[in-house]
Design a protein around this ligand. Structure first.
Ligand code: OGA
Ligand code: NI
Length: 341
């Protein structure tokens, strides 16, 4: 049973160019206590550049599948993820997510000792003759989005009564695991089956909360994202988040929930595909591999002891990715079978 109404969530809007920091902190805090979702506007990334990132993303996903499969993600989570590669909500999904994606992480050359770490290494890039300018566009977006994320994290720190630069430390956002993910929801019609239907367990993206500190999400103007403010309510109530031109939709991840001892909650969300295809761009912000995510001093007391044990960011993330993505060997086996005489 679930509420199939078409209600919309009204989200607070944080203006990053506003000089009134008290107002920003208060709006953000209210949003974090209420829905864990808010919009960020005037973030400094130009509309022209955002349009360029979406155009380049579309260019990749328009390539033939055989071409896209040449960029299949590797064990460092870089590269292409085909439709149904991911199952975000196995209890409620029949097949998997009806979306394809492309992961781009922090570029670390192979000869750098840091590339030994999970989630670090060289990216998988389409060749420049196939998609000219693609790599440059994505690298630029990666850098600019990190600055937006840092600006948001400073307001979060203030909202949690921490020093403004709490998350700027080297082991946090100084050397983060930040992942850009281009997403494409194919769309389709009832016959082909890609249209989402919660009653049949078919979703663009199954219900989940994100893993890290925060996620910045840019979407096109096709409706699809829904949030559930109270994951324990039965039936669950889902509300749409309307796309807002020029804004990032920002949501809190599970690491921030752990850090803040559940004062700030990560919120369940999902994507429904109603017909038209949909493009979105997610930027997942996580601290460094060795960062110990443990209850913040301002979020615990004798009466309210820590709810979670400390956990290393790298360990936690590795487990979460393993739980949700297909085993890469599946693709190799599939390929081997196809190559049989
Ligand atoms: C995600 C996500 C939402 C969207 O990738 O984690 O929630 O609108 N994406 O694509
Ligand atoms: Ni998400």
């Amino acid at each position: 049973m679930e509420n199939r109404g078409q209600s919309f969530s009204v989200l607070n809007c944080i203006d990053l160019s506003s000089p009134d920091i008290h107002k920003s902190v208060s709006l953000l805090k209210q949003a974090c206590l209420d829905s864990g979702f808010f919009y960020v506007i005037n973030h400094g990334i130009s509309q022209e550049f955002m349009d360029e990132v979406f155009a380049q993303s579309k260019m990749f996903f328009t390539l033939p599948l055989s071409e896209k499969m040449k960029h299949l993600r590797n064990e460092k989570h870089r590269g292409y993820t085909p439709v149904l590669d991911e199952v975000l909500d196995p209890e409620n999904q029949v097949n998997g997510d009806y979306k394809e994606g492309y992961y781009i992480g922090v570029e670390v050359p192979e000869n750098d000792p840091k590339s030994e770490k999970p989630f670090y290494g060289p990216n998988v890039w389409p060749t420049a003759d196939r998609l000219p300018g693609w790599r440059q566009t994505m690298e630029k977006f990666h850098q600019e989005a990190l600055e937006v994320a840092k600006a948001v994290a400073r307001i979060i720190a203030l909202a949690l009564d921490l020093e403004r630069d709490f998350f700027d430390k080297p082991e946090m956002l100084g050397e983060p695991i930040a992942t850009l993910r281009l997403l494409h929801y194919e769309g389709g019609n009832q016959i082909e089956g890609q249209i989402s239907d919660p009653l049949k367990g078919i979703y663009g993206a199954g219900a989940h909360s994100d893993y890290g500190l925060i996620t910045l999400l840019a979407t096109d103007d096709v409706l699809g994202l829904q949030i559930c403010k109270d994951k324990d309510a039965r039936p669950q109530t889902w509300e749409y988040v309307a796309p807002l031109k020029g804004a990032f939709i920002v949501n809190l991840g599970d690491m921030l929930e752990r850090w803040s001892n559940c004062i700030f909650k990560s919120t369940l969300h999902r994507v429904l595909v109603h017909g038209p295809e949909r493009y979105s761009i997610a930027y997942f912000v996580e601290p460094s591999h060795d960062c110990l995510v443990e209850c913040l001093p301002t979020c615990k007391s004798d009466k309210n002891p820590p709810k979670f044990p400390p956990v290393k960011c790298g360990t936690y993330l590795t487990q979460r990715y393993k739980d949700t993505h297909a085993d890469l060997n599946l693709y190799t086996e599939h390929q081997a079978r196809k190559n049989l005489p």
